[in-house]
Design a protein around this ligand. Sequence first.
Ligand code: V47
Length: 353
Amino acid sequence: MNVAEKIRTSQRINFDEALSLYEMDFFELGELADIKRKALHDKKTYFNINRHINPTNICADVCKFCAYSANRKNPNPYTMSHEEIMQIVKDAYNRGIKEVHIVSAHNPDTGIEWYLDIFSKIKTAYPDLHIKALTAAEVDFLARHYHKSYDAILDLMIESGVDSMPGGGAEIFDEGVRDYICKGKVTSDQWLEIHQKWHERGKKSNVTMLFGHVEKREHRIDHMLRIRELQDKTGGFNCFIPLVYQTENNYLKIQDPITANEILKTMAISRIVLDNVPNIKAYWVTSTVNLALVAQEFGANDLDGTIERESINSAAGAASANGVNLQEFVALIKNTGFIPVERDSVYNEIKEW
Ligand code: V47
């Protein structure tokens, strides 16, 4: 049986078969991914109304791809006070956001309370606001810096009001590539261990993959298969988010940016390989809104949200600094023939727009 037949008859594919999909006819691959998308979500495209906050850019780690942290290429360090963060949350809440997504750099000078107490303050003031916060890279940094176990940090997060974990910091799990692009940060095994422990607490999280830099196709497939393996054990991942590498203001010298064709193939392959992860997000911030709309035909069923403000990817060249207008966003999804469905942070449907 060839790989297309295996996919059409819902059989799981292995590493070599997944890799071979990059050589398949582009439109046949898109059709196969669309079959999987339709079976799960039909023509629905999910989004949420959220606000990203990145409270500090001072970082103890050095990732070559990062343009956000304060360094020689971005000599502009900042750390927000809790009062500033609360003002941002208040304004955004009054505009109707349902989720706040808080991730930072690894600031060694603030004290652990600065990282955690803000969640209790937000939860006390806005009990119905979903807090998605702290990547596994931040959890690992806090554990190392403040001599605590992962279990202790995760329990403190829950006590402080964190509802779910974002998927950041996964980058590429292959150890060789990881050493080259972000040596010293959370390892792949540690990243997966932290999410496993989070899932074992009955909590949900997302998982990203940073691609389009020095990694090869086989590293992407390896990354997806490590996710699939953990998801078989825990079922805790809501969503897979392939992040397209942004090329500006950082220390990775990439001459040939990845093509739209390769991005769409990777999205489609992820929809097929990750047969146990319910949602694939085309994160418009890194793919552009236009390509994210096309990705709806290549397996993606989620376009993230309105975001309002974003500092990590926009520092590296993405056009996301000021988010996207809700009415325009909804109109674009409709114009492409899909049904815009607002969801909450754990994928309960709120409203069809
Ligand atoms: O982990 C850093 C990435 C991530 C660059 O869970 C870059 O719902 C592209 O994880 N080019 C943070 N990417 C963002 C993130 C995220 C975003 C949206 C939704 C969710 C979710 C998670 O941004 C980092 C890193 O992999 N990143 N620099 C760059 N030059």
